[in-house]
Design a binder for this molecule. Structure first.
Ligand code: NAD
Length: 506
């Protein structure tokens, strides 16, 4: 495939890099495409030796990188954005082929990387601190923000490249160095990114160790979490993983930025524009085959429009085309692997056992075009809100429908799950919209009106509450996560008055 060649991907690839230099690694992992089940390539995995080499190189690099003026660090990030623009088509195609999302979504993911580069370049001149008035005469107080050191980035398979850039581009302009442990399910997309940035690092004489890649399984993630040389671990993935990382990092009083599972709902009011609600619900539920952290998993529908909306939804599901995601006429691609298919089937069985009624049946597709055995039928079940399965994130296209009569009840249903990532209300009623956005409304990190739960812009801070982990990445002031705040007081007078009027005469 041409895009593999363009991105420097070979049949066997070294999996560890300190920037421009590569190490093969011990053992290897094979990356199969869920699109057609074919082997794309093999990747070397980090052993203890390579891990140590990367950490020592990154530690040395930080000593230099933290002294480079932030706007000059921004200039390097600007060039990374330009390099990504030049490779957008190839990288988007690989993301789509290795992960299984549609080509448009693969390209969209690379666009997000370019956008966060632009954002980070501007940010490199805006790492502002506040200045305060001192209570003491001839004193000045202000705060400044300094880099932390090594930022460990652990990422999930479903956004194999964008999540890294959200973290790394901000961390880099802030003066940190990064060690990225990508998902073992999408190692080649990560290697392609490293090839793209390596050219820029080399051209600018950036020290080896500023942007490192370390392919490995969960054990490598565990090493990062436990490593006292890593002041911040930014981890994206399942709540199960986040709970393990949080405990390990907390035990050494390090910092975590956690972006974990979601269980996102749309409330469809009797005052909704039902055509818009249909588009938002459909894309939210079946886009990326239900493998987005912001996928719509629950629809909470007002009783007066429940039957008519249900009929529209069932009709729309009947028109979905499921198949090769690189073919733009298809709406839904495959799940990532067999384990994901098993978890989808397990959730359908659990839903039925708990009383769920399927109005669009699920199942695994077979036959020509479905050879990878990872293609499944998006399905819809009518449920009660207290079924345990409805409180669980199943990373697959299963949509649960529930009925409500008052908005307070709908908000309570929406909030009554352990996760707190994304939420939405479809309504043209101002009172309803404002209640939903108020302190008595949605408890999620993201709350939308008249758009779905899925997809977010890089300008806002992205993340969620409760079991979603509480982290915020990307826009707004999320950059502060990657820096340490220092409060400075300067006395330019001839006396040494103490604060709070304390006298200490000698
Ligand atoms: P996963 O938890 O299986 O793996 C994610 C990453 O964590 C991988 O790199 C893996 O190797 C590593 N890992 C696993 N166990 C670890 C441990 N004990 N210590 C350190 N690292 C460990 O998740 P996945 O299947 O790749 O991704 C799907 C999940 O990610 C879903 O729950 C989804 O909602 C979530 N997700 C969340 C966001 C968000 O921003 N909130 C974004 C994307 C995905």
């Amino acid at each position: 495939m041409k895009f593999l060649e363009e991105l420097g991907i070979k049949a066997v690839n070294p999996g560890i890099s300190t920037g421009t230099k590569w190490m093969q690694g011990s053992g290897d992992v094979a990356s199969f495409s869920p699109v057609d089940g074919l082997l794309i390539g093999r990747v070397g995995m980090a052993g203890k030796h390579e891990y140590e080499e990367v950490m020592q190189t990154a530690t040395r690099a930080f000593e230099q990188w933290r002294t480079v003026p932030a706007p000059r660090r921004g200039e390097v990030v600007r060039q990374i954005g330009a390099a990504l623009r030049a490779k957008k088509q190839a990288l988007g195609s690989l993301v789509s082929y290795e992960m299984g999302k549609s080509l448009q979504e693969g390209l969209g993911e690379v666009q997000e990387m370019i956008d966060i580069c632009d954002f980070a370049v501007g940010l490199s001149r805006q790492l502002y601190g506040l200045s305060m008035h001192s209570e003491r005469p001839s004193h000045r107080m202000y705060e400044q923000w300094h880099p932390l050191g090594i930022v460990g980035i652990i990422s999930a398979f479903n956004f194999p490249v964008a999540v890294w850039s959200w973290n790394a581009m901000l961390a880099m302009v802030c003066g940190n160095v990064c060690v990225w442990k990508p998902s073992e399910k999408t190692p080649l997309s990560a290697i392609a990114c490293q090839h793209i940035v390596a050219e820029v690092l080399e051209r600018n004489g950036v020290p080896e160790g500023v942007l490192c890649l370390i392919n490995g399984g969960h054990e490598t993630g565990e090493l990062l979490a436990a490593d006292h040389r890593v002041p911040l671990v930014s981890a994206t993935g399942s709540t199960r993983m986040g709970k393990a990382v949080a405990v390990t990092v907390a035990a050494r009083l390090g910092r975590c930025l956690l972006e974990l599972g979601g269980n996102n709902a749309i409330i469809i009011s009797r005052d909704a524009d039902l055509d818009m609600a249909l588009v938002g619900s459909l894309f939210g539920a079946v886009g990326t085959a239900g493998q987005r952290c912001t996928t719509t998993r629950r629809l909470i529908i007002h009783e007066s429009v429940y039957e008519s909306f249900k009929a529209k939804l069932v009709k729309a599901y009947g028109q979905l085309r499921i198949g090769n995601p690189l073919d733009e006429s298809n709406h839904v691609g495959p799940l990532i692997d067999q384990a994901a298919v098993d978890s989808y089937l397990g959730a359908i069985n659990a839903c039925k056992a708990q009383g769920g009624r399927f109005i669009v049946e699920g199942g695994v597709l077979s036959g020509p075009g479905y050879e990878s055995e990872c293609y499944v039928q998006p399905c819809i079940a009518e449920v009660e809100q207290d079924y345990p399965i409805v409180h669980t994130e199943t990373f697959a296209p299963i949509l649960y429908l529930m009925k409500y009569s008052t908005l307070e009840e709908a908000i309570a249903i929406q909030n009554n799950v352990p996760q707190g990532l994304s939420s939405a209300i479809m309504t043209l009623n101002l009172r309803e919209a404002e209640l939903f956005l108020s302190a008595a409304g949605s408890d999620c990190g993201i709350a939308n009106v008249n758009i779905g739960t899925s997809g977010a812009e890089i300008g806002g801070a992205f993340g969620g509450e409760k079991e979603t982990g509480g982290g915020r990445e990307s826009g707004s002031d999320a950059w502060k996560n990657y820096m340490r705040r220092q409060t400075n007081t300067i006395n330019y007078g001839t006396q040494l008055p103490l604060a709070q009027g304390i006298k200490f005469d000698v």
